[in-house]
Design a protein around this ligand. Structure first.
Ligand code: G6P
Length: 369
């Protein structure tokens, strides 16, 4: 086991650091910006079907559901298609309206989650076309779908998902871009720009790791916090949910992820000098709005940790701590902004003496209801 951990203390931290490579693995052979090449072998015969889809329904559980929420923004923005993201466990027990022109995308690291599998069977019985985005080759979900794309993140041992999440987001981004290209809903320039930016993601993720010791220091300060709030807008909203989930899973600290603007409808009542608030505040189309949300929290003495874009001059003067991430295309932000949140929860959990790779009560793959 020591050898498998490759010199790291835990699988989780090994897997976090692997992301500068695994994200590249998810794109390998699929994307080449040089000649604007993008191809997902498993979906080749389904591109017309995708382009003609009335709606995409995404199903998943846990972290995979969060990847689905990121994908909702991507498909809607790039491919101009209606998207619904559903918890598989809810979807399977409703009587959802599904037609043959719907495409269901099932997301699952293990490919064995019972609820996700049942959601697939239900959608299939109603005539939908089902795609899988799975990490484990030959898994039950991969076999139950009509087509799909593997995430190729390599085995993930830590119960809390890290590299599988970024792999899912990467593959879903590729599918959204391929669909947009086929539908003609993005310009040639945006298409090329996205491919170029995607190729740079692994090195940008590696740059985030340079902040690891700073993140560790912040973790030390907040080791004994009892609650955390994570706030983000747009594509960073699902990242806030994922950051909160990571912290809960492995440190057992209560954490809530919220869309930053919704804070005023409830969570703002919780804010005082003991409440750490993690803001996803990268420079994107919601930047100005996030800045005013930060002011609202600071006015109530909340302690703010902000994830900002490199070189941000404004936010560092407003908050308690900043963690910088490199600039990328707005659509790709989650791939870099989630990394510091994974590290923060890891270091806090380690400092609290938790079993980070096998947190209590959780299983890597939930094959029962
Ligand atoms: C469990 C795991 C989570 C995972 C979820 C969905 O709860 O602990 O890390 O996100 O199942 O698993 P799947 O294999 O379908 O992605």
């Amino acid at each position: 086991e020591t050898i498998e951990k490759g010199g790291y203390d835990h699988f989780m931290i090994k897997e976090i650091f692997e992301q500068s490579r695994s994200i590249g693995d998810s794109m390998r052979g699929r994307l080449r910006s040089e000649d604007a090449h993008l191809q997902l072998g498993g979906l080749n015969n389904y591109l017309d079907k995708l382009a003609e889809a009335d709606r995409i329904i995404i199903v998943g559980c846990g972290t995979s559901w969060h990847a689905g929420l990121v994908a909702e923004y991507l498909f809607e923005e790039l491919a101009r298609v209606n998207v619904e993201v559903e918890y598989a466990s809810e979807f399977r027990y409703r009587n959802p309206v599904i037609s043959e022109k719907d495409i269901v995308i099932a997301i699952s690291q293990s490919g064995e989650t019972a609820d996700t599998l049942a959601a697939i069977e239900l959608a299939k019985s109603k005539g939908a076309t089902i795609f899988g985005v799975c990490n484990v080759v030959g898994s039950s979900i991969a076999r139950a779908t009509h087509a799909g794309a593997y995430t190729h993140a390599g085995p993930e041992i830590g119960v809390a998902s890290t590299k599988a999440f970024t792999a899912q987001v990467t593959v879903l981004t590729l599918i959204a871009i391929a669909m947009a290209k086929r539908k003609g809903t993005i310009t040639e320039e945006t298409y090329r720009q996205l491919l170029i930016e995607l190729e740079h993601i692994p090195e940008k993720v590696a740059k985030v790791f340079e902040n690891a010791s700073k993140i560790k220091e912040i973790a030390f300060i907040f080791t004994y916090a009892r609650n955390f709030i994570y706030l983000g807008r747009g594509l960073n909203f699902p990242v806030a949910l994922e950051g909160a989930l990571k912290l809960k899973e492995i440190s057992y600290i209560h954490a809530e992820g919220y869309p930053a603007a919704e804070m005023k409808h409830g969570p703002i009542a919780l804010i005082d000098e003991d409440m750490p608030v993690v803001f996803l505040a990268t420079r994107d189309s919601s930047y100005e709005k996030i800045v005013s949300n930060i002011q609202e929290v600071k006015a109530r003495k909340g302690r703010v940790i902000a994830i900002v874009t490199e070189g941000d001059k404004l936010i560092p003067g407003m908050v308690d701590f900043v963690i910088e991430v490199p600039q990328t295309h707005e659509m790709l932000t989650p791939l870099v902004s989630v990394i510091p949140l994974q590290l923060l929860s890891y270091y806090i959990a380690v400092m609290r003496g938790r079993n980070v790779d096998q947190p209590r009560n959780l299983a890597k793959s939930v094959t029962v209801e």
